[in-house]
Ligand binder design. Structure first.
Ligand SMILES: [Mn+2]
Length: 328
């Protein structure tokens, strides 16, 4: 296995070699995947003005428009002879557009658990809490050759903030702070960034009130809420807004795991799992999903699986509490 520096050199070599580079990312985009896409795109555009460099993705996340926009994909022929770089995406089924297959070579750059080495080059840093950190580190490694414009710093800072819960989650190391400090050298308007990320519509807050009234807790401390289609319609919520509601349950004493079940269009149920102290990933994996130890997801085909999942998660908490002290 190559070490990180050698993989980074390989990637730069490919970038230098190709005339056309297309950055793709996962479905249901979050701050980190849009941030790392636009951050990498703008670094490459600034550094290689003669190359054609695009960032593509089908589904959009409007709340991130303030960090810039991905490019319009007019025709799939654009992929011909391109180097494709997939960011923040653990398995290629989740890439938000099958057209990436039309490219010539594929590079995977990701920070999730390395379940699938789908790229011709795979650069996976499970030690970083965000894909954006990988991009900043890549830029710093080749600072002599690469240029980072302010637009990239804004995108990368925003992605790091969202994937770390504003530097709260585990995985925020001294190195992550040093990488982030490089972005703050760009004199970013933090007040504006945080306003864009955290100011909520009244409708969302009123739904949050409903979440606080309706959530339940299992015997051993799994708090959960089921967000129905009806609730989303009543409160005029986008899927992203509904998904984010899982975070409303993050500060309940004794609830080491918290979960949101969200109705989807196709009658399946999206599960968002979060935890502190104890890892929740085995719950996600048991139900066909994955992600990080303290933040992962899964999809259930039937409503009655909710009960099984809660039972399983409840046992995880029970087991953890019986063997550990000092949890809150
Ligand atoms: Mn990410």
């Amino acid at each position: 296995m190559m070490n990180y520096l050698e993989i980074k050199k390989e990637i730069l070599k490919k970038i230098e070699e190709y005339e056309k580079i297309i950055i793709v990312r996962h479905v249901r985009p979050d701050g980190d995947c849009i941030g790392s896409s636009l951050g990498l795109r703008d670094i490459l555009r600034e550094s290689f003005p003669n190359k054609k460099i695009y960032s593509f993705g089908k589904t959009k996340a409007e709340f991130l428009n303030f960090i810039g926009k991905e490019d319009e994909q007019k025709d799939s022929s654009i992929y011909k002879d391109a180097l494709i770089i997939a960011v923040d995406t653990a398995n290629c089924d989740r890439i938000d557009d099958d057209n990436y297959k039309l490219g010539k070579e594929l590079i995977k750059i990701d920070h999730h658990i390395n379940v699938s080495e789908y790229g011709d080059i795979n650069y996976v840093r499970e030690d970083y809490p965000a894909a954006c950190c990988i991009i900043v580190d890549f830029y710093l490694t080749f600072k002599e050759k690469l240029k980072m414009p302010k637009s990239a710093a804004l995108a990368l800072y925003t992605g790091t903030v969202t994937d770390t819960g504003r530097f709260k989650y585990s995985g925020v190391s001294a190195e992550v702070m040093r990488l982030t400090a490089v972005l703050l050298d760009y004199d970013l308007d933090l007040e504006k960034i945080y306003a864009n990320l955290y100011i909520k519509d009244k409708e969302v807050l009123s739904l949050q009130g409903e979440v606080y009234r309706k959530f339940k807790t299992t015997t051993n401390g799994v708090s959960y809420i089921y967000i129905t289609d009806k609730m989303m319609k009543k409160h005029k919520l986008s899927y992203e807004e509904a998904s984010a509601l899982v975070n409303s349950l993050d500060s309940i004493k004794g609830s080491l795991i918290w979960i949101a079940f969200i109705d989807q269009q196709d009658s399946s149920i999206r599960v968002r799992l979060r935890s502190r102290f104890v890892s929740v990933i085995e719950v996600g994996q048991k139900f066909g999903g994955g992600g990080h130890p303290n933040a992962c997801g899964a999809t259930l085909k039937k409503k009655k699986e909710i009960k099984d999942l809660l039972q399983y998660a409840d046992n995880v908490v029970k087991d953890y509490k019986s063997k550990n002290e000092g949890w809150i």
